[in-house]
Design a protein around this ligand. Structure first.
Ligand SMILES: C[S@@+](CC[C@H](N)C(=O)[O-])C[C@H]1O[C@@H](n2cnc3c(N)ncnc32)[C@H](O)[C@@H]1O
Length: 204
C-alpha cells in the first residue's frame, strides 16, 4: 500500500467528517492520540493497559486502515479514525468524555511558509477543551522548536481551559511520563535530537 508523505489539511475535501465514529464503552477510560500515523504509541499503551480504550486520529486514510487491521489482528483495544482533527473532534467524541490526549510530533509543517497547515492551533485546542474531562491530561511533544512554541502559545491563550503542569509558558522538563514512545519519538531519541514537551491539565 502506498502511503502519502503529507496531505494538505486545508483542502476543502477535509471539511466534512468522512470517518467512522468509534463505539466507546462508557465505563472505560479513553486515551486519544491526535495525528497517530502508525499508532506505535497507542499500541504500546494498549499492551500495558488493555482495559482502556485507545483512539488514534489520522488524516491519512491509508494509515487508518493499517492501524485498524493491526489492532484487529493483535486483539488490542486500539481504533483509528479518519479525520481532520482541527475540525472533527466534536463529531467523534461526546463532550467531556476523553481522559487523556497525546499529540506526538504533530507536524511535517516546520517551514514558516507552511505555518497555517500546523495541527496545534486555536481550533484544535478548543476542540480538546470540549471533549476532555475536567482533570484530563494533555501531552504535546515535538523535535521542532517553532512547532513546540506555537503549540505552547495555542494552549497558553486558552488558560481558562488548560493549566500548564510546569508553569505558564514553560516546557515540561521531566521527560515523557508514560513509559512508551511514538515512532518519531524513538527516532528522535536514537538520533540525539532534542525533544520539546509541554503538559496541560483540563481545568474545571
Ligand atoms: C509527524 S507525524 C507523527 C506521527 C506519530 N504521532 C509519531 O510521533 O510517530 C504527524 C501525523 O499527524 C497527521 N496529521 C497532521 N495533521 C493532521 C490533522 N489536522 N488531523 C489529523 N491528523 C493529522 C499526519 O498525517 C501524520 O501522520
Amino acid at each position: 500500500m502506498r502511503i502519502r508523505q503529507h496531505v494538505n489539511p486545508l483542502l476543502a475535501f477535509y471539511d466534512e467528517f468522512r470517518g467512522e465514529r468509534p463505539a466507546l464503552p462508557a465505563d472505560r477510560p479513553v486515551e486519544v492520540e491526535i495525528g497517530c500515523a502508525d499508532a506505535q504509541f497507542l499500541f504500546e499503551r494498549a499492551a500495558r493497559e488493555p482495559d482502556r480504550c485507545f483512539v488514534g486520529l489520522e488524516i491519512r486514510d491509508e494509515l487508518v486502515e493499517l492501524v485498524n487491521k493491526r489492532a484487529q489482528a493483535a486483539g488490542l483495544p486500539v481504533v483509528a479514525v479518519f479525520c481532520q482533527a482541527q475540525k472533527h473532534l466534536g463529531e467523534i467524541f461526546a463532550p467531556a468524555s476523553v481522559d487523556r490526549v497525546y499529540i506526538n510530533f504533530p507536524d511535517p509543517w516546520f517551514k514558516r511558509r507552511h505555518a497555517d497547515r500546523r495541527m496545534v492551533d486555536d481550533a484544535l485546542v478548543q476542540g480538546i477543551g470540549q471533549i476532555a474531562r475536567p482533570g484530563a491530561d494533555v501531552l504535546v511533544q515535538s523535535d521542532v522548536w517553532e512547532v513546540a512554541l506555537d503549540a505552547m502559545e495555542a494552549f497558553e491563550r486558552r488558560d481558562e481551559l488548560f493549566t500548564n503542569l510546569a508553569e505558564p509558558w514553560t516546557f515540561w522538563r521531566e521527560g515523557n511520563p508514560y513509559g512508551v514512545r511514538s515512532w518519531r519519538e524513538q527516532n528522535a531519541e536514537e538520533t540525539g535530537l532534542p525533544i520539546w514537551r509541554i503538559r496541560y491539565r483540563r481545568s474545571g
